[in-house]
Design a binder for this molecule. Sequence first.
Ligand SMILES: [Zn+2]
Length: 163
Amino acid sequence: MALRSDWSGQACPIARTLDVLGDPWVVLILREIFTGNRRFDTLKHSLGIADSVLSGRLAGLVEHGLLAKSAYAGAARPRVEYVLTEKGADTLPVLHALSLWGRKHTVPPEQGATMRFYCLECGNESHSADWCVDCARPLTVETTGWRRARSPEILLELRSAGR
Ligand SMILES: [Zn+2]
């Protein structure tokens, strides 16, 4: 999946992180998997991504240990879906930080809903990437809900997404 120089040996952890996460498709795939969209065909549909690109990025995420393959009962034969490992789930605050930065510094295509995320412990919207400022609990898969720009009426609890 290397698109650039190998930064995995850099002293700076930002550079090492970008060696794993520094590709837009990788981050968008993780976003989808947090919401329970875990299968090749549905990822392809949601992202509008070419088969070869999607399979390459998924293989890289498995290789780096952010995703694991899990079998589920398909219509004709067992199929594979991709689930977050602990290492993968730890990217949640990274996605939140990207969302917050984008809301502050980029222009949405039209007026309307934006992505918002919530602490499920106290119910308040969070404006911090990793902690609920109101109740001082960490925002994890277990404690976070998302309202996505395209479906703001739905509070998607990440802990139950896709289950
Ligand atoms: Zn809270």
